[in-house]
Write a new protein. Structure first.
Length: 479
């Protein structure tokens, strides 16, 4: 499904309006700039420049997050001497290089996530600044506010969990430098300093609380293609979980389930082999779907190809595949496993009608609540939430049991790994679970048997990615 997007002149018009709001420098008859006036204009602006970055929904962000994890392994076939080696593009991330933007051939592959997330923050700032003057109903303004605040909170959440240390406790967070806060409502040439981790999380929480209130006041029926009330509750639950605020995480997860009026997607009700992807129009639990809508723009399957025609490629770690039983339908709906090697397959353009490659979906609410329940001593309630998911994923699921809180927590972690695989969450989970030791092997695709093992030690500083080199070069405050 494709949406109309707003071209760069729209954004330039917004910036010009912000700079010249009190003057007459910009006339309506300009052929180059378009100035939004109505809430509908701003909604299109948020979609085109906020979610899609003016590129017709072709923005694919942070594809490397899954390559960093233990969910990825490699396959090498030295007999294909003249074939390509797709591992080379993500080599820097796979081996946890100090400068991961540099690939195997010493070519810089720029990380564009920082730029896009701050662009989204700027778009949100502009919309919120001009909201009161937008022509439209109060209901429309409230709905627009909810979307803009959600987008800003989500962007800061991604930034801080990629480029800053994990949240440990309030004292640590208030003493740890993270990423800048940008309050600008126009393009400015300023070298912003880092705010603390605590400051960023407080901003995220404030925006999510305000987003939820705005969505509730708007009471607008939304589609899964726009940020909405239940999605804001889900992100709020995720944030609380990451901050170890377990009572709040459970409460917000419950609100997600209640406000969504959705049911978990029952995969046991018939998934056509190799045709029904997890993300497809039959999926009843998707709250919000986003990402590039063209097959050639969705990068994950280009980086984790499991392609036998290549001399080297990344594959799904066999350890992860072994965590699914034969009765678990997720093996069919989430992976392509017809070769000896598996690749991620939750989304496939020709089989995921009505969906984009990524989604906030209801299962995460159950997983967030289950983890929060275990941490709060409610093991039975936690296992019930896990089985709610598993009953919809596994034929004749056998109810889980646990003899201790520690065993129950491991069950939660394992189910979270299975359910949310290749959704860009695993890396963040590993960070908040203490940054455990990981190992990746990188084998020569030219010389058989020649390989190097790379180790990411427990608590390693490389669990925090460096701010992109292009940003560090122009802003010394980010060093």
């Amino acid at each position: 499904m494709k949406f109309q997007y707003i071209a760069r002149p729209f954004l330039l018009g917004m910036m010009a309006m912000s700079l010249t709001a009190c003057g007459d420098f910009l006339e309506e008859k300009s052929q180059d700039l378009y100035i939004p006036k109505t809430t509908k204009d701003y909604k299109e602006f948020l979609l085109g420049e906020g979610l899609n970055h003016g590129k017709n929904n072709q923005v694919s962000l942070s594809e490397y997050l899954d390559v960093l994890t233990d969910d990825v392994s490699e396959y090498v076939n030295v007999r294909r001497k003249n074939a390509t080696d797709s591992r080379e593009r993500m080599w820097g991330y796979y081996i946890w290089n100090d400068d991961p933007e540099v690939d195997y051939n010493n070519t810089v592959r720029a990380d564009n996530s920082w730029d896009v997330y701050y662009h989204r923050i700027l778009v949100s700032n502009v919309i919120l600044n001009n909201l009161a003057e937008a022509t439209g109903t109060e209901q429309e303004r409230k709905d627009l506010e909810g979307e803009a605040r959600f987008l800003r909170a989500w962007s800061y959440f991604m930034l801080v969990n990629t480029y800053a240390a994990p949240y440990e406790n309030d004292a640590q967070a208030n003493a740890t430098q993270a990423v800048p806060i940008n309050n600008a409502i126009s393009v400015e040439n300023k070298k912003l300093a880092k705010a603390t981790l605590g400051d960023i999380y407080r901003l995220i929480e404030h925006d999510l609380e305000a987003s939820i209130k705005a969505f509730e006041a708007a009471a607008t029926e939304k589609t899964i293609y726009r940020p909405n009330l239940s999605t804001a509750w889900l992100l709020r639950s995720r944030v609380a979980l990451f901050k170890k605020q377990y009572d709040k995480a459970a409460e917000y997860a419950t609100q997600t389930i209640k406000t969504s009026n959705k049911k978990l997607y029952d995969l046991t009700n018939g998934v056509e082999e190799n045709k029904d992807r997890f993300l497809n129009e039959k999926n009843t639990e998707v709250l919000f779907t986003y990402g590039p809508d063209a097959a050639d723009a969705f990068k994950l399957q280009n980086y984790i190809t499991a392609n036998n025609s290549e001399k080297g490629c990344f594959i799904v770690n066999p350890e992860l595949i072994s965590m699914y039983t034969k009765k678990d339908v997720r093996l069919e709906a989430c992976y392509y496993t017809k070769m000896r090697r598996a690749k991620p397959y939750k989304y496939y353009a020709l089989r995921s009608h009505g969906m984009y490659p990524y989604a906030f979906h209801l299962a995460e609410a159950y997983l967030n609540r289950a983890e929060a329940y275990v941490e709060g001593g409610k093991v039975a309630e936690a296992l019930k939430d896990l089985d709610a998911i598993r009953d919809n994923r596994i034929y004749n699921n056998k109810a889980l049991t646990a003899t201790s809180a520690e065993e129950a927590l491991q069950l939660v972690k394992d189910e979270r790994r299975r359910e949310l695989s290749f959704e860009g969450i695993r890396w963040f989970d590993l960070r908040r679970w203490g940054c455990p030791e990981l190992k990746h092997t990188y084998s020569s695709s030219d010389v058989g048997g020649e390989k190097t093992e790379y180790v990411l030690k427990q608590g390693d500083k490389r669990y925090t990615l460096p701010i992109p080199r292009a940003e560090r070069l122009i802003n010394t405050n980010l060093q």
